[in-house]
Design a protein. Structure first.
Length: 219
């Protein structure tokens, strides 16, 4: 029964949400709003479960002192401080810390976000740019006709997107934009159609109980 009940609920609500989408009736809309409220409530419990898993995972790493356990300390301390600052509504007003003032522009949580999270996030994406450049270098080697075509298209797009491209010829930015909006968009839409069909197939497998990996493995 531990597996049958989740499968039955998944089947019922999966079929209900599909039918509800195609039936624009007031009762259908009200039922959707009720289900949406329950989804929010369940998401809160999922958040608690996620935080608990985070704490257990990093606590075990600290106890065993495995490689990188110092980063686990930083993670747990940061999570605790951020949670307390958010729950207590700590604000920095006129050079003083004020509690229970909500989360606004002067809140310490917002200060943490703007001065710690945003720079770290920017640094991460800046590092990813080098990995992308390395991957592009390997992918753009003209070993086949397709790779050669990709290399030529990428060359014109990058040249048309920088100021030197428009200085060479005013038609280069227009040609780069045409590549992005016509052949690239056509290929992108084909990929999106494939992703959509794959998502529909996977969803039907989950709703009908064929795919049961979300139950925790096993059959």
């Amino acid at each position: 029964m531990q597996r049958q009940i989740p499968l039955i609920l998944c089947l019922i609500f999966g079929i209900f949400m599909i039918v509800q989408f195609f039936v624009p009736h007031p009762y259908s809309q009200r039922a959707y709003e009720v289900v949406l409220r329950w989804v929010r409530i369940i998401s809160i419990f999922a958040l608690v479960l996620g935080v608990g898993s985070l704490v257990l995972y990093h606590s075990n790493k600290i106890k065993r002192k495995v490689s990188g356990w110092g980063f686990s300390i930083v993670t747990l301390v940061s999570a605790i401080i951020t949670t307390l600052v958010g729950l207590l509504g700590v604000n920095w007003l006129d050079g003083k810390l004020v509690f229970f003032k909500g989360i606004g522009k002067s809140s310490v949580l917002q200060i943490f976000f703007q001065n710690i999270f945003v720079p770290v996030n920017s640094t991460m994406f800046a590092m990813l740019a080098f990995y992308m450049a390395s991957a592009a270098y390997r992918a753009f080697r003209a070993r086949t006709k397709e790779a050669t075509l990709l290399l030529i298209a990428a060359f014109f797009v990058m040249l048309g997107m920088v100021p030197i491209g428009s200085a060479i010829s005013p038609r280069l930015p227009e040609f780069a934009e045409w590549i992005l909006s016509v052949p690239n968009l056509a290929a992108k839409r084909g990929i999106l159609f494939g992703i959509a069909l794959g998502g529909i197939a996977t969803s039907l497998k989950i709703i009908l109980g064929i795919e049961r990996g979300w139950l925790g493995g096993g059959k």
